[in-house]
Design a binder for this molecule. Structure first.
Ligand code: PLP
Length: 445
């Protein structure tokens, strides 16, 4: 435990509240170990069961994780408003930030002109929405999804992909249930799963998507839901291939005990065809965010699925947040219908592809294997993440440590390529090569 923070309390509620305060105020940092149950119980003069209960409650809320003999530690990004995780120190002044997984703001459509047009036609203020999804948006979404082979009869709208996934998991699963996720996978999804008190089961992923034996093993281990990233898998760039989709569809066919969630966040940017799994299981959902092609600040995703699954998500939203503002829905519809925006998104996709392929090729030329088939990230396996992140930071490049993204997968770093220029590729590849294959030490002739 960090000696600077003393956990206090005489009941499990007080002990867990004390740990929470420590995290919030920075006395306990991500990665810090909590004392062993018996040691803390002795120090606080309470029974070990009281401390164990406090730790269990913190675990179910995603604030801490227990990893066998490594004990209980503060999770990398606990769901509390804190400073940026200690695992992701801010880039040094002057360093390039390639750690954020953001699209290039120069390649996002400007919203001003569309907001101007909307202002002219929006009419009288609306009251409580009579239809939570604008019929014109639903029709356009249905057409776009059908063109990609996704049967989209039922449509609802959520506040982004992760909001949709949270609503799906909360509607179908209970704390303690297991969720199969790609490993390495999207850090925010791992954080969400922890915050919901669910148990992640890692499924190995290669360039063609989650491995079939990995999904099979996760099902055998009792997974109640499976989340698959269709394209631009974060962090590896994998995209589900036709062959992998076929194998997974066969494996999942008719599994009534499993909720299948597909996350197609790259959408129009993906640059490779979609091979959906939609409909392979009776309970399924397909979520497509507008964040990457049109801008994360729009906070909108369309969600389709079987009737019962979509009804659960839409019904739960109705008794909570209500709906996604029709102002935002109109804005997204306007962007979808604008030929100049369609052209910009196409060019953005091509630009990301050039930067990704350029970096992977520059690394390959130096003998470094990297992954980045689609999307805005390149994943580089490294022997030691901490050393790699620190050495790259010292060389002027801030990258994300794989620890945020993985459960049992081998170490790596994630490099977001979206802001790279052509002239960056060679020096960045050289810096990465130095950390992956350090020059031999000792005397040379
Ligand atoms: C795998 C994955 N899904 C979805 C998203 C987008 O999520 P949201 O729609 O919540 O912005 C991201 C963004 O990085 C992502 O990496």
């Amino acid at each position: 435990m960090a000696a600077r923070y003393q956990i206090a309390g005489s009941s499990s509620a007080e002990i867990s509240a004390s740990v929470e305060t420590g995290i919030r105020t920075g006395g306990l940092a991500p990665g810090d170990a909590l004392p062993a149950v018996r040691a803390l119980a002795a120090a606080l003069a309470v029974s070990p069961a009281t401390v164990a209960k406090a730790y269990q409650e913190l675990r179910q809320r995603g604030l801490v994780a227990t990893a066998g003999r490594h004990g209980t530690r503060i999770r990398p990004r606990p769901p509390l408003a804190t400073r940026r995780a200690a695992l992701m120190p801010p880039p040094l002044p002057g360093a390039r930030d390639l750690s954020a997984g953001q699209p290039d703001s120069r390649l996002l459509p400007p919203l001003g002109p569309h907001l101007g047009l909307l202002a002219a036609e929006i009419g009288a203020p609306s009251g409580y929405a009579a239809t939570p999804v604008l019929p014109a948006l639903a029709a356009a979404a249905r057409d776009r999804l059908a063109a990609d082979g996704v049967p989209a009869e039922e449509i609802t709208v959520t506040g982004g992909a992760l909001d949709g996934i949270e609503r799906l998991l909360a509607a179908h699963l209970r704390p303690g249930d297991a969720v199969a996720v790609e490993d390495p996978g999207w850090a925010n999804l791992l954080d969400l799963i922890a915050a919901l008190g669910l148990c992640p089961i890692g499924v190995p992923v290669d360039d063609e998507g989650p491995s079939e034996p990995g999904v099979r093993a996760a099902l055998a281990a009792g997974a109640r839901a499976l989340v698959v990233t269709s394209r631009a898998q974060n962090p590896t760039g994998a995209a589900v291939s036709a062959e992998r989709a076929g194998a997974l569809r066969t494996l999942l066919a008719g599994r009534a005990d499993l909720l299948l969630i597909e996350d197609d966040h790259a959408a129009e940017l993906a640059g490779v065809p979609l091979h959906p799994l939609a409909g392979a299981t009776p309970a399924w959902a397909f979520v497509r965010s507008v964040s990457k092609p049109y801008g994360p600040d729009l906070r909108l995703a369309v969600l389709t699925g079987d009737e019962a699954t979509v009804a659960r998500v839409a019904g739960r939203a109705r008794v909570g947040a209500g709906w996604v503002s029709t102002v935002l829905q109109r804005l997204v519809l306007a962007l979808w219908q604008d030929p100049a925006t369609t052209d910009l998104v196409r060019r953005a996709g091509e630009s990301y592809e050039r930067r990704r392929d350029g970096l992977v090729a520059a690394l390959a030329a130096l003998g470094v294997a990297a992954h980045g088939r689609t999307g805005i990230n390149v994943w580089v396996p490294v022997p030691d993440e901490t050393l790699a992140v620190t050495a790259l930071r010292d060389a002027g490049w801030s990258v994300a440590p794989g620890a945020l993204h993985r459960i049992a997968a081998a170490p790596g770093v994630r490099i977001t390529v979206s802001s790279l220029d052509e002239s960056d590729l060679a020096p960045l590849a050289a810096a990465v090569a130095r950390v992956v294959r350090p020059a031999p030490t000792g005397f040379t002739a």
